[in-house]
Design a binder for this molecule. Structure first.
Ligand code: ZN
Ligand code: ZN
Length: 446
């Protein structure tokens, strides 16, 4: 059960990894099995950088730059999007290895810096097109809109990832599998994703000449905007040159208003992840002709009959700058409760990933169910849904069972009894409050 790791990262390497500053000499491997799971190793760096953003933001503005409800929803989406990696390697790498094994035309040397740099460019170009089509094709947008559903813009927004995005993203990297070894691809597909973390912040202004070449916070703020000048702009991952070449670049000008043009107004994680598919399903069946049905799926999210493929910007809701983000009121006690339980869950999540090789698929499936029910319950509490108390009680009981099983080690024994008591009492407290509120509601109705 030791967590011994041949590829442990130093603090310095970790921060350089987050900025794509690890070079070929440190990150070239003969076999794809040897490539470290950099994204899983990044969790402490995500946390450190988000904490720094909170502190610097607080010092600068006097307020919290990450709202608890929005931040936890974003982190929950990030956790959910990684759960499939418990069972198999990512779809992107699996499909890539299949094509490499069966159809490769040449074999570029895995230990050449030329291969490393070529792959850096190839992955970034593949990302540009996958990202662009994720905005221009409605069925792909159904997955990608998750990332744009926050009305805030901070480091936590970077982690608001879609569960279903990887069902399509693998396709865009396959041409590289004809020549580039999977071990080189496996490094860059992770670094490309990790690089995009730090650019999700309002605390970094214009970076001068760097803005010409690399993707920066300023460029990516535009990408997350719903102002007309921001729509369908700045798709780049690490480099902004692709947007300049293919005509989708826009510099930052007016104050950016973040989020979807039609905000989803919820922090319930299943709605965040899947509600657009329901909307798409309804639009599909209510479209009269086969051509219209196909257009609903394959044209842009803004398309309507008689309109161009990507719709008209003039049809979008006006942006006044006065937009108030979705922010349901909830008492401080619940904010503390949800935050604490979310961080307990992160501990469990971290443990499961550290031990996944030693756990049976059935147990992993059970833990996935536990994580999903916890994230759903926390979202229900934030939105004050009627079923929140019952769901919360159920998943707390599940937690105690798992904890007793001895597999979940993160909560060190010294803390286990107080943790259990805390969980049981807080669940009871919440249930009692909820029932009392329901009782009051009934009395009022009479
Ligand atoms: Zn996007
Ligand atoms: Zn983003």
């Amino acid at each position: 059960m030791a967590r011994a790791d041949a590829h442990a990262l130093s603090l310095d390497q970790g921060f350089r990894m987050m900025l794509y500053l690890l070079g070929p000499n440190e990150t070239s491997f003969a076999r794809d099995e040897d490539v470290p799971e950099y994204v899983e190793k990044a969790t402490p760096f995500f946390m450190m950088l988000m904490l720094s953003e909170l502190l610097i933001g607080w010092a600068k503005t006097g307020s919290l730059v990450i709202r608890i409800n929005d931040g936890i929803t974003s982190l929950s989406a990030g956790v959910m999007s990684r759960l499939s990696n418990l069972f198999a390697r990512g779809l992107e790498l699996s499909c890539y290895v299949y094509v490499w094994n069966n159809y490769r035309l040449v074999e570029l040397p895995w230990d050449s810096p030329w291969t490393w740099w070529l792959t850096f460019l190839g992955v970034d170009l593949g990302y540009y097109w996958l990202h662009r089509l994720s905005h221009e094709v409605n069925i792909l947008w159904a997955a990608h809109q998750v990332h744009h559903s926050s009305e805030d813009y901070n480091l936590s927004t970077a982690l608001r990832q879609s569960v279903t995005q990887q069902l399509s993203s693998w396709l865009f990297y396959l041409p590289m599998a004809l020549a580039v070894p999977p071990s080189v691809f496996a490094v860059h597909i992770q670094f490309n994703l990790l690089y995009q973390f730090w650019i999700h912040t309002e605390l970094v202004g214009n970076l001068g000449p760097l803005e010409w070449i690399i993707n920066t916070p300023s460029h990516h703020r535009v990408h997350h905007g719903r102002n007309p000048y921001c729509i369908d702009k700045n798709y780049g991952g690490t480099l902004i040159i692709w947007d300049r070449i293919f005509g989708t670049f826009s510099p930052e000008s007016d104050k950016v208003i973040y989020g979807l043009t039609h905000p989803i107004n919820t922090f319930e994680i299943l709605s965040v992840q899947f509600s657009y598919y329901v909307y798409l399903w309804e639009r599909f069946w209510s479209s009269p002709s086969t051509t219209d049905k196909l257009s609903v799926i394959f044209k842009g999210p803004g398309w309507e009959p008689g309109k161009p493929r990507l719709g008209c910007h003039s049809d979008l809701p006006e942006v006044t700058g006065e937009e108030a983000p979705h922010n349901p009121e909830w008492p401080l006690a619940l904010q503390v409760y949800v935050t604490l339980h979310f961080f307990l869950l992160l501990g469990v999540y971290d443990d499961i990933f550290a031990m996944k090789a030693m756990l049976s698929p059935a147990f992993l499936l059970l833990m996935t169910g536990y994580i999903m029910s916890t994230l759903t319950a926390l979202g229900f509490i934030i939105e004050k849904r009627p079923g929140a108390a019952v769901l919360e009680m159920l998943r707390c009981v599940l937690f105690l069972l798992f904890h007793k099983s001895g597999y979940v080690r993160h909560l060190i024994p010294m803390l286990s009894v107080p943790t259990e008591v805390f969980i049981a009492l807080s669940a009871l407290y919440w249930a009692a409050r909820s029932f009392a509120r329901r009782g009051k509601g009934k009395r009022k109705q009479r």
